[in-house]
Design a protein around this ligand. Structure first.
Ligand code: SAM
Ligand code: SF4
Length: 323
């Protein structure tokens, strides 16, 4: 369906848990986050109900995210049920990759065709520092397994000045001989770390670094690119993507609706506004739920203001929303 600004909203991001086996420094504080109580987390049947209603309103792409979605028990059976919902054309997953080695095959068989893996360093020590304890080798092995079973791979690197910006070209190089999309995402000050300003590095700066070493050609955007501006290094099999939520926001083409694992609907990632769907899930039929979701989609704000001077935002952890 269309929102009040004429955008077609056809993409749902479903967060199925706020739990995570990492503590990425840009996503949550070192002390972790206050976890939602178990009874607050939506049951799979409620998530499926929301997805079914959303598809009746024109959603045809669903991405399952978290926290870390692969740590929730029963996720494979849930993915299978989602993939066969009428109207779902594309089912994808965002993961930190730690459990991909053991789960990639069953995820693929459940109907997921594409995975986005968050990977912010190719250096074991730096990877462990950024994720506060993750194992780089386990994630790399998981990505190889995912590719081998037939999953399409996108890698997402959040670029932070002074932390991992010296690895930009190492990441770009990964696109040379693999059919992967390597995407560079501008760091967003979601948890408002004290030093966040000095971590910001724009997509243009990333492009300049890549161009320093490689010949880059812009590509035509396809439906699969989302907010990413696609490029190709001459002779590469894979592609490069630049995602610029800070320096050049893509709100005018945003097609997303988000649902958090505790049932809050959010039509803009960077707006503080949420609507609790839980009361509507207590009703036997879907009429009210459908009307509420319809209203949320229609009222989607025209743009976010996180990068505007004077704008005040409540800090939030991306793990509770799903990115
Ligand atoms: N745990 C999964 C993962 O890491 O892929 C899924 C959830 S995670 C919250 C989804 C995405 O949000 C990841 O790609 C992560 O890099 C991104 N993200 C989290 N905090 C961010 C921030 N402050 N700026 C930019 N991207 C962020
Ligand atoms: Fe966990 Fe993903 Fe957040 Fe990292 S970015 S802490 S993996 S939810």
């Amino acid at each position: 369906m269309h929102d009040q600004h004429g955008r077609i909203i056809n993409y749902l991001r479903l967060s199925i848990t706020d739990r995570c086996n990492f503590r990425c420094r840009y996503c949550m504080p070192e002390t972790g986050i206050e976890k939602q109580a178990h009874q607050q987390i939506l049951r799979y049947e409620d998530l499926l109900r929301i997805a079914r209603v959303a598809t009746s309103l024109g959603i045809d792409r669903i991405r399952v995210t978290g926290g870390e979605p692969l740590i929730r028990r029963g996720v494979v059976a849930f993915l299978k049920q989602l993939s066969v919902l009428p109207g779902v054309q594309d089912l994808a997953l965002t993961t930190n990759g730690m459990l991909l080695g053991e789960m990639a095959k069953s995820i693929f068989e459940a109907g997921v065709k594409r995975v986005n893996v968050s990977l912010d360093s190719l250096n074991e020590q730096s990877f462990s520092d950024i994720t506060r304890g993750g194992s780089l080798q386990q994630v790399l092995d998981g990505i190889e397994t995912a590719a081998a079973v037939g999953l399409q791979i996108k890698l997402n690197m959040v670029v932070m000045r002074g932390i991992n910006d010296d690895e930009i070209n190492d990441f770009a190089r990964l696109s040379l001989d693999r059919p992967w999309s390597v995407r560079f995402i501008e760091y967003m000050p979601t948890i408002q770390e004290p030093d966040w300003q000095k971590r910001l590095l724009s997509g243009d700066e990333v492009l300049a670094q890549i161009r320093h070493e490689f010949n880059l050609t812009p590509l035509e955007s396809s439906g699969q690119c989302g907010p990413s501006r696609p490029f190709k290094i001459s002779g590469a099999i894979g592609t490069i993507g630049i995602i610029t939520p800070m320096s050049n926001h893509f709100c005018s083409s945003c097609n997303r609706l988000r649902i958090t694992s505790d049932g809050l609907a959010k039509s803009c990632l960077l707006s503080d506004e949420t609507v609790d769907l839980k009361p509507y899930l207590q009703r036997a039929d879907d009429c009210d739920l459908q009307q509420r979701i319809e209203k949320i989609i229609f009222a989607k704000p025209s743009r976010h203001t996180i990068n505007e001077a004077g704008a005040v935002h409540k800090p939030f952890t991306m793990s509770s929303i799903g990115g």
